[in-house]
Design a protein around this ligand. Structure first.
Ligand code: HEM
Ligand code: HEM
Length: 354
């Protein structure tokens, strides 16, 4: 905790060059994407396990607060990807380090240049949606739906700390780490993995975002009678569940390509993101071996849960009955919201007219 406070105050006080700010931005954007990924994998799995809740999750994605978050998420992914490629390239070509300040500026410029057309295209989808005066969940409802996630994350933190306390007596003194074991063979593996996985993630995550932000847009996930992006299947019911079913069932040359694509995406981003989270957490817990161990347990629990839940969904089947449940849930969702607005108008009309 002390080291976290020191990092923040020193970052603000120290007038470092662009390299220092790109380090901060890389860290903040990486953490932002890990947080989103945690919610996203859990809620995508509901398309298989809990279709009614998945309809609500996508309705939440379509609210103004999540739309703002979607723009921020896109900016985070693009900056983190470009800066990550810069780090990986410079690590493999140490002789380029003298150009690192210029490269950091190029990353910023590249991010802005990619973001301008991306944001314009995304904004086009937002405007088209809002022009149709859609029904929306209230901010209160959106916030209320986040409570289970907060409880889940809190529970994982508590479990990690309990495990760290329970395993303390079994560790010999030589196994009680006081410093980040950066030099070990395992850490060298993770160092290479972070670079290799980062490069592999670039086309996967950019492709995923291009399909679901640019070509189709988050709002069209629930558009009825729409051809689902990168498939030839039509989302007849206009439910998010049917959208995912078509994405994962679409066969190209007999292969469920989007299922395979998402398996690769899930595995790489989860392991990369949670190992990155371990770097950050262990950096801020150097004073306490117990908390450092808890940090390692936490990222292991987090990654294992996401891989298990996301993997189970990707290997599961969305039955036609799930789409019926989703349709009912969608009707109930917006029926509930429309009710309080319509009833007072109907009762007030005769009074003002007469
Ligand atoms: C899009 C392609 C990506 C590239 C090229 C990339 C690259 C990198 C690189 C090179 C590092 C530094 C590793 C080190 O210090 O040894 C890193 C750290 C990190 N990455 Fe990524 N990454 C990408 C995507 C992601 C995604 C999708 C997430 C989240 C799910 C993520 C989360 C993190 C985190 C939390 C860190 C640790 C930051 C720190 O130590 O300050 N990255 N990334
Ligand atoms: C607001 C932005 C996003 C939306 C609306 C979105 C939407 C979706 C949808 C509809 C699916 C279902 C299958 C499919 O169509 O491929 C999916 C799956 C997935 N997405 Fe995203 N996505 C977003 C951003 C991201 C980002 C930034 C990442 C990576 C960091 C990501 C990682 C994944 C993964 C790993 C899966 C498989 C999930 C599972 O197995 O449960 N998504 N996404």
């Amino acid at each position: 905790m002390t080291s976290l406070v020191t990092t923040i105050t020193e970052t603000l006080r120290y007038r470092g060059a662009i390299g220092q700010w790109s380090w901060v931005l890389h860290r903040v954007t990486g953490l932002g994407v890990v947080l989103f990924l945690t919610l996203h994998v859990i809620d995508t799995s509901w398309a298989v396990f809990w279709p009614a809740l998945y309809e609500k999750a996508i309705a939440i994605y379509q609210t103004p607060i999540f739309t703002i978050g979607e723009f921020a998420l896109t900016a985070c992914v693009i900056y983190h990807a470009l800066n990550g490629v810069r780090i990986a390239l410079f690590d493999f070509r140490p002789e380029w380090w003298k150009h690192q300040a210029k490269a950091a500026q190029l990353v910023l410029l590249g991010t802005i240049l990619i973001l301008i057309p991306t944001f314009l295209a995304m904004f086009g989808h937002v405007l088209a949606y809002y022009n149709e005066s859609p029904q929306m969940l209230s901010l209160l409802e959106v916030l209320r739906e986040q409570i289970p996630f907060v409880i889940g994350i809190g529970g994982a933190v508590a479990l990690a700390v309990i495990l760290a306390v329970l395993t303390q007596p079994f560790l010999s003194d030589s196994k009680k780490p006081t410093q980040k074991p950066r030099g070990s063979r395992l850490e060298r593996f993770w160092w290479s993995f972070m670079r290799a996985s980062g490069i592999a993630i670039v086309p996967l995550v950019f492709g995923h975002l291009a399909m679901i932000h640019l070509i189709q847009g988050v709002f069209e996930i629930t558009a009825a009678s729409h051809v689902v992006v990168a498939t030839d299947l039509v989302n007849v019911s206009g439910t998010a569940t049917e959208f995912v079913a078509h994405r994962w069932n679409f066969l190209f040359a007999g292969v469920a390509i989007w299922r395979l694509y998402d398996i690769a995406l899930l595995a790489l981003v989860t392991v990369h993101g949670f190992n990155g989270l371990r770097y950050v957490l262990t950096d801020y817990t150097t004073q306490s071996p117990l908390l450092r161990r808890a940090a390692t347990y936490l990222v292991t629990i987090g990654a294992a849960v996401l891989l298990a839940v996301g993997g189970a969904a990707l290997l599961g089947t969305i039955e036609p009955s799930a789409i019926d449940i989703a349709e009912e849930a969608q009707a109930r969702l917006f029926g509930e919201i429309a009710a309080p607005e319509i009833v007072p108008e109907a009762t007030e009309a005769p009074a003002s007219g007469g």
